[in-house]
Design a protein around this ligand. Sequence first.
Ligand code: HEC
Length: 316
Amino acid sequence: MAFREYKIGARLFGVALGGSMIITLYLPTIDMTSVAATETSLRKQLSYGRIGGFSYEDPFLLGEGKPKTVVLTEDPVTGQQIETVEAYVYEPGIPFAGGINHPRVLGDGITDLSLEKGRISEADISAGAVFVVSRGSYQGETVNYIENVTATRGWKPEKVLSVAGDANTSYVGSGKIMFVKEGCWWCHTLLPEQTQDWQYFGVPPRLGDFNGESPTAFGSDRKAPDLLHVGSRNSSKEWMMMHFFNPRLVQPHSIMPRYDYMWGEKDASGNTIDFDAWGAAYNEYAKGESLYPPEVPEYAPNSQIRYLMDFILSLK
Ligand code: HEC
């Protein structure tokens, strides 16, 4: 009996050793860059810009040196109505996303089409460029690729921004910097898991969703809801504003900190925000001495909270 046990043990040991040798020696030889970029990753990298951490362009994490995301319903050159398109505007001097600088990270087919039909290698940082995600056919399959519309359709950054207007422009890239800088990832994840998470937080990401994104901001461990698809379950700007100004306005026992300082000094009409008066009125309300909480100030168009809101609401 003891002898038979020994034989089974030896076989298992052999399999385990063999298996671990395969993991050690074989897996690292798989070429990770062969994971093609998904449409999500193309849109993410184009809207976030080159990098989202400490960098030469933005040493103090103020959201500088980032592209802008616009929604267009007319062609900025001809003025004709077009099907609604999301475009990523890199004004002169703004560093390009990873996939533009290193097209090979995009993956087979996508790299080829982006270079040949999308003409991404013609994009010039000093002149700026505008990109969109287009669909084309590669070896009989439909694939998404990056199109440099400044080269292919003559869309110039300045013109695109003026046609879109502030209402159709979002600071998604700068907002991701706010997310990193404020440490939202300390409590929140951007990574629903392959568990019951699906039912509430939505579909987990795929490996190809991260091509060209840096950093990924998955989160550390989760103390609060996953935010990868938060914009799909709650797209209310008013709710988000109140929640960021003081989470207790909408969730009485929330442990989330206030981010009212991200409003800056002035509100949307240029008036100085009186945080002390606001806090006093809020305390009265919290004690039950007044019926309604004070109104949350409308934020200025170039405030840090605008960047953060644009990022959070882009997480669909
Ligand atoms: C101390 C932990 C903590 C930090 C830091 C934190 N949050 Fe939260 N957050 C929470 C908790 C807990 C909730 C759920 C209760 C609530 O809604 O307030 C929440 C809720 C949210 C929601 C609503 C989620 C939903 O499912 O509707 C959003 C959006 C959000 N937080 C964004 C942020 C952003 C952006 C930051 C960084 C600027 C941040 N949070 C920082 C703890 C945190």
